[in-house]
Design a protein around this ligand. Structure first.
Ligand SMILES: Nc1ncnc2c1ncn2[C@@H]1O[C@H](COP(=O)(O)OP(=O)(O)OP(=O)(O)O)[C@@H](O)[C@H]1O
Ligand SMILES: [Mg+2]
Length: 318
């Protein structure tokens, strides 16, 4: 595993923002720079880290970890649901099929934690068209995963909860297609849960985005990555749960906790990320990649911005 010294050397070599000569200006999301190539997209996964919908800075290797993990899962779930992946020309870039995105983010949860726990704790029992029973404890497991869809917010807005009925009645997705989406999401989650557990990890919850390729449903964006999912250490779950202690996390929740401890939960100016937290996050991301994919991550030798251009040229994309 990468040592702290190596990671601290990489602090000055993160991919903050891609600049690709010869391509039109990309749309810049919080994490990805999206280049429109007609029927394909070049998704450059930067090293930017966001939490509470705010970009906070960069974390070494984060972009390449997200891509490695997403590609791993796209490969391992393509028998379950087709996906957008076409090629992986550079550690930080994916070439994907451009889809017509469905305007719903499909979240699956196996445990009550995070925002859902906060809602529940404040007394909410009816949400996402579901009725939650009284007496649940933080981080408690549901017998079956629950589906908690949200709107796919425009830039700057926060996602809002939806019920399945609303998805259909608000004509966000056709009823038959929505059935297919739900089946696909549960099937993907079952696969993800089972494989994560073989590697000693709990897939706690995750977000899927789907799109249409003609009339074929495909999963897009990223799947089962530390940005789109929560992962806990499975060997420690039960004891921590019984003692009412927080779980050992290997995902983006770590940065949310760090920010909350410093009084930031989305409003105002976020604290500047220390070198310490950037290194520790890099190490968590790399560790998760290693655990999930079973392969030792390759750390960058050249600055990623230059390597990206070289690799895209070699592939004839630039
Ligand atoms: N195959 C695809 N076809 C069309 N859009 C896609 C595809 N794959 C991913 N996207 C979109 O590209 C964007 C990825 O960028 P990124 O992850 O940075 O966005 P975000 O931070 O999640 O959201 P925002 O765009 O609000 O900043 C998402 O809006 C996602 O829906
Ligand atoms: Mg995203």
């Amino acid at each position: 595993m990468a040592n702290r010294k190596k990671l601290s050397e990489l602090l000055g070599h993160t991919l903050q923002r891609s600049q690709l000569p010869g391509l039109p200006e990309p749309v810049r999301g919080k994490v990805r720079d999206i280049y429109d190539l007609g029927d394909r997209l070049l998704l450059v996964t930067s090293d930017r880290i966001s939490a509470f919908d705010v970009v906070l800075g960069t974390v070494p290797c984060k972009g390449q970890v997200l891509n490695a993990v997403a590609v791993h899962w796209f490969e391992r779930t393509k028998d379950v649901v087709a996906n957008h992946l076409l090629d992986w020309p550079d550690p930080n870039a994916l070439l994907v099929r451009k889809l017509k995105p469905l305007p719903v983010e499909v979240v699956l949860r196996r445990y009550i934690t995070g925002s859902l726990w906060r809602e529940y704790q404040s007394g909410t029992r009816q949400i996402y068209g579901l009725t939650l029973p009284d007496g649940l404890k933080p981080d408690q497991r549901f017998d079956t995963p629950i589906l908690t869809p949200t709107t796919k917010a425009e830039q700057g807005d926060h996602d809002a909860p939806l019920s399945s009925e609303e998805v259909v009645s608000r004509k966000l997705v056709e009823p038959e297609l929505w059935q297919k989406v739900q089946q696909a999401a549960f099937a993907l989650f079952a696969r993800g849960e089972a494989e994560a557990l073989e590697r000693g990890l709990i897939l706690v919850d995750t977000k899927y985005e789907f799109g249409l390729d003609g009339d074929q449903l495909k999963v897009m964006d990223e799947i089962h990555t530390p940005d789109s999912s929560r992962f806990w250490e499975s060997s420690e779950y039960q004891a921590r749960f019984e003692q009412g202690k927080s779980q050992k996390m290997l995902d983006k929740e770590n940065i949310r906790q760090w920010l909350i401890e410093r009084g930031f939960s989305g409003e105002g100016t976020p604290p500047e990320l220390s070198e310490e937290i950037r290194i520790s996050l890099a190490s968590t991301y790399l560790d998760l990649q290693q655990r999930l994919t079973g392969t030792e991550p390759t750390l960058p030798v050249d600055p990623p911005a230059e390597r990206l251009i070289k690799n895209l040229r070699a592939k004839g994309i630039l």
